[in-house]
Design a protein around this ligand. Structure first.
Ligand code: SF4
Ligand code: SF4
Length: 438
């Protein structure tokens, strides 16, 4: 059992979050930046299919580990649809078998969309699945890296899957990997997702492939990155450009996970809702196809294997000293430059997997994306403060759009009247001709 022998209501989370990978790293695509394909090396000779024994133990233990009545059952890969729809029918059956009175389930499934058909989408609709579909933007940007086993494009097949989700009224959101190519086209990506893909909830994930002696390995090691990786500067500019469009017209209609988390941290809500922007982490674990439980999706490596759920109950592994230390290390290993940083309350040094730079003082562990995050969080300070104030006063955050419209109108009027050598109305302290008048 865990440290005190039972679930500790004071210290254990009321719910735990596990990403189950029923096909392990097996996938029907070969996206060039995929960090998970390499994980097949962990299980040589495996058929990469979750057995019924592992599935039943997983569902039962997940339910037993929850104090909350709301249970999220998250499926991911690899490509989880390779298991076939009957696997998930069985999962629903087991959820019914072990359900406690009053308990509700939300199944989520992250897919590349290639295998979706009417049967899948009907099943998703009937069982209230939330589907995450991976798409990197319009055709050319998507096909730059999201290719099949023969290196061929996948955009049309993914869009076909997405249209089927729409046809069957399945709830879906989009996951976008921001890499060296699409990072240069923030508004093309955002507008495509909003206007063509009909997404109202978006997740942007930075692609960062660390290299060891010039190669990507299955370990988070190395202090250089591949050419496909997004640059820190690009990541910051991407977020800023999308934020500027969002904050002027889409607040309250379109949900961008990074922006929601940022505003929550500006409000001071206790948790941002994203592990990377919280002071500590460790509540999102990964279950491999054979029952092995790892500390985190980004640390599916032998040193972070907590145990196997066929031998130990999941709650004991989740509550183990090792896992708690893993979570606390996010804070304990912050370099001094993060501890003294003016935007630490929003950034918290982001994810430890990306902390492989050396600070100007020679301390190891600065986040590779630091430059971009600093620029982004500084840029959004004013609108984020306005939204935080609105939320605290019980008003909708969407009112920020009217406040900013009024400010821009006032500023435009002031610009139209100012002389070239007078102070710039924006308050920069520079002459107008050296600032907005340039
Ligand atoms: S290591 Fe990174 S991705 Fe994993 S739980 Fe911690 S912050 Fe989240
Ligand atoms: S912006 Fe940079 S220095 Fe500041 S907390 Fe984030 S990673 Fe650390």
């Amino acid at each position: 059992m865990n440290e005190i022998g039972v679930i500790n209501p004071k210290t254990d989370p009321s719910r735990i979050h596990v990403l189950a990978k029923p096909t392990g790293s097996a996938c029907n695509l070969n996206c060039s930046y995929c960090f998970y394909l390499k994980k097949e090396l962990l299980y040589p000779g495996s058929n990469f299919r979750m057995s019924d024994e592992v599935l039943e133990n997983y569902i039962r233990q997940l339910i037993e580990s929850h104090r909350s009545d709301k249970v999220t059952v998250a499926w991911q890969g690899g490509e989880p649809t390779l298991m076939g729809v009957d696997f998930y029918r069985r999962a629903i059956e087991l959820q019914e078998k072990y359900r406690r009175p009053g308990m509700t389930f939300k199944n989520t499934l992250q897919t590349n969309g290639i295998l979706l058909n009417d049967e899948w989408c009907k099943f998703f609709n009937e069982n209230d699945f939330l589907i995450g579909i991976s798409i990197d933007g319009p055709r050319e940007l998507h096909d730059a890296h999201r290719v099949d086993k023969r290196g061929g494009p996948t955009f049309d097949r993914v869009m076909k899957g997405l249209r089927l989700l729409q046809k069957h009224r399945v709830e879906y959101n989009v996951l976008v990997t921001i890499n060296h190519v699409n990072a240069n086209h923030p508004l093309d990506v955002y507008r495509f997702l909003r206007d063509e893909a009909g997404a109202t909830w978006m997740q942007f994930i930075p692609a960062i492939e660390r290299l060891t002696e010039g190669s990507v390995t299955m370990y988070q090691q190395g202090t250089t990155v591949s050419d496909r990786s997004v640059e820190s500067r690009q990541w910051g500019s991407f977020l800023i450009a999308v934020f500027d469009e969002w904050v002027r017209r889409d607040v309250g209609k379109i949900f961008v996970q990074t922006f929601e988390a940022a505003v929550r941290n500006w409000v001071g809500m206790g948790s941002s809702g994203m592990c990377v922007f919280d002071p500590v982490c460790g509540h999102g674990l990964v279950l491999e196809h054979n029952g092995d439980l790892y500390s985190c999706d980004h640390f599916v490596e032998p040193p972070y294997l907590l145990g196997n759920i066929l031998g130990q109950h999941m709650i004991d592994l989740v509550g183990s000293k090792r896992q708690r230390k893993f979570g606390r290390d996010k804070f304990d290993t912050l370099p001094l430059s993060c501890r003294q940083c003016e935007v630490r309350f929003a950034c918290h040094g982001e994810c430890p997997k990306n902390r492989f730079l050396t600070t100007p003082n020679g301390e190891f562990g600065l986040n590779y994306l630091c430059h971009g995050y600093k620029a982004f969080f500084q840029h959004i300070d004013k609108p984020a403060q306005i939204m935080a104030q609105l939320i605290r006063s019980g008003s909708p955050a969407a009112q920020v759009m009217q406040v900013l419209d009024q400010e821009y109108a006032n500023q435009a009027e002031a610009f139209s009247k100012v002389g070239r050598n007078e102070p710039c109305p924006c308050g920069s302290g520079l002459k107008y001709k050296k600032c907005h008048g340039r």
